[in-house]
Design a binder for this molecule. Structure first.
Ligand code: FES
Length: 174
């Protein structure tokens, strides 16, 4: 009877829980795998949704407080929603003098992507970063981890348009 009760406690029910279970299904409930599980969740959603963390807490039998402590300790984790695509605009000195602020202005003006925030459609998060070590090719926009150098307003616009088209195609095929 007790065993049945325990199983029902960790049975995924919501869409998020089922998606998370799919990510961690091979890892048993070994608490040692918790950070890997959190990384997998972060990777999938670009942030750690509360219901996903609730599920991980039950799934790995780790108190929620401990999970939130880890989530706030490591910079790689975000407890606030982030966009499907993460744009990091370098505002270090070299990029700044070569026009990075104008790129930020253009992304805000033309696509409603505010610096330091996420677009309303949830597609883009635009973050300000300091020197990313590629000053020679500045201004630099890091798009989902890929460095794009010699960035201009037009090039940034082309990046956004391409990613929007991709999202539309994915939505059509869903
Ligand atoms: S200042 Fe932007 S890469 Fe160095």
């Amino acid at each position: 009877m007790e065993a049945i009760k325990e199983l029902s406690v960790i049975e995924p029910t919501s869409k998020t829980e089922k998606e998370v279970e799919e990510l961690v299904k091979d890892w048993g409930n070994d608490g040692e795998k918790l950070i890997m599980a959190m990384l997998a969740v972060q990777d999938k959603y670009n942030w750690l949704p509360p219901d996903a963390l609730d599920y991980l807490s039950r799934r790995f039998e780790v108190p929620k407080g401990q999970i939130y402590h880890i989530a706030t300790f490591y910079k790689v984790f975000s407890l606030v929603p982030r966009g499907k695509h993460i744009l990091k605009l370098c505002m270090g000195t070299a990029c700044h003098v070569r026009g990075a602020p104008m790129i930020a202005d253009a992304l805000q003006r033309d696509y409603d992507i505010p610096l330091g925030s996420t677009s309303d459609d949830g597609l883009f998060t635009l973050e300000r970063v300091n020197c990313v070590g590629a000053c020679a090719i500045g201004p630099v926009l890091v798009v989902d981890g890929q460095y794009r150098g010699n960035m201009t307003q037009n090039r940034a616009s082309a990046v956004i348009k391409r990613l929007k088209r991709l999202a539309e195609k994915e939505a059509e095929n869903a």
